[in-house]
Design a protein around this ligand. Sequence first.
Ligand SMILES: Cc1cc2nc3c(=O)[nH]c(=O)nc-3n(C[C@H](O)[C@H](O)[C@H](O)COP(=O)(O)O)c2cc1C
Length: 189
Amino acid sequence: MEAIENITKRYSALKLTDPAPDQAALEQMMEAANRAPDHGRLRPWRFIALRGEARDRFGDVLVETLKKRNPDVIDTMVDRERAKPMRAPLILVAVAKTQESKKIPEIEQIVAVGAATQNVMLAAHAMGYGAMWRTGDSAYDDGVKKALGLDPKDTIVGYVYLGTAAVPGMPPKGMEEVPVLSEWTGPAA
Ligand SMILES: Cc1cc2nc3c(=O)[nH]c(=O)nc-3n(C[C@H](O)[C@H](O)[C@H](O)COP(=O)(O)O)c2cc1C
């Protein structure tokens, strides 16, 4: 796929099935991540792959931590939470491991991880795979971070669901009405 078409035609895949990106594809995706703009070249991004039965175990973690956050949670919500990791054959947990730095504020490091994550998604798309970036309350839960071997001060920037798109994506509507580009010619009055 042409690079510009890959970017301008990208959409999120709402339903994902096998095949997931194989090891060679994953390595290319990590190569793409490593070319994200990154102030100070701190390389704050980490990607944790969850697949196969690990997704069931992660579902258990999601339920356990959900129940701690909300002891009165109803059964349907519990079932929904447990099923989340099964929405795709592969999940990459995108993590920002930031460093204390006088020169490079944490926000810049987290934004760099966002850029790396988008590079991963675009690389997946270019190779014919589908992807969707999700978060939710669990991404901000220290219990989830602990289960993933992370530190409370690490940031889960997203869960990138990956596989093969099972249904055609929906092109965004009305974007042309949003004035995303403007021109500055001098200080505002
Ligand atoms: C940081 C971040 C977190 C997101 N979390 C969710 C989420 O939890 N659930 C969801 O449905 N979409 C989430 N999205 C949005 C989807 O990934 C997607 O971009 C959106 O549904 C629009 O679809 P499109 O990418 O095809 O334009 C998130 C996006 C970002 C950048």
